[in-house]
Design a protein around this ligand. Sequence first.
Ligand code: MG
Length: 244
Amino acid sequence: MFDLDGTLAPSKEAISPATARMLCALLSAIDVCIISGGGFEQFDTQVLGRLGESCDLRRLHVMPTCGTRYLRWEGGVWTEIYFERLTSDEKNRAIEVLEGGAAKLGFRRDATWGPTIEDRGSQVTYSALGQHAPADVKSAWDPDNSRKESLRQYAAERLPELEVKSGGSTSIDVTRRGIDKAYGARKLMAALGLTMGEILFFGDRLDPQGNDYPIRAMGIDCIEVHGAEDTIAKVAKVFGGLVS
Ligand SMILES: [Mg+2]
């Protein structure tokens, strides 16, 4: 099981050919799940469209928006197994609070790289610099996570019925309560009849404030990585002959 941004690719960028080769090598032998706070469209441009014709996708489990949506490759198309949406009331309230909080805390900018609010169906995401901001600009915006944490606190106090989490380098995610990557992992375990001991998770934010932490907290074995090259190296160490 892999996180996407910061683990298989830089935030919102495409996976490298080497990462694609690694994933396809794994997929020829074992089940692979990729889970992310991002929407399916992000998976498509960052990963799925990069795997190549010869890659066998039947063992790939795609979990956008922390596993509130689950797709598999069936009969030659990406097929939705389920999609749990927020109500429009929940979404509107979340957008109002995130935009209000950003303005109040002084994060609002006149110019951004694309919209700051993204409606992902089961998740509303606020990206301080816009959804399409370059990776280097994003990583420089809040290196110690303090800005995201102040907005997360602001929104969490005002949206008690919803879950507010710090997502990528500039983003805050709002979902229904109890939805995090551990939720997705439980759904995957139920769908495939797996135990926790049968899953190994690779992620770049396994620290207690990170969006991969719930996976570690539930007791799944985790390997912390720092970018895609590190992931390839650590996968090679664990799976040896499978990927080399
Ligand atoms: Mg990540």
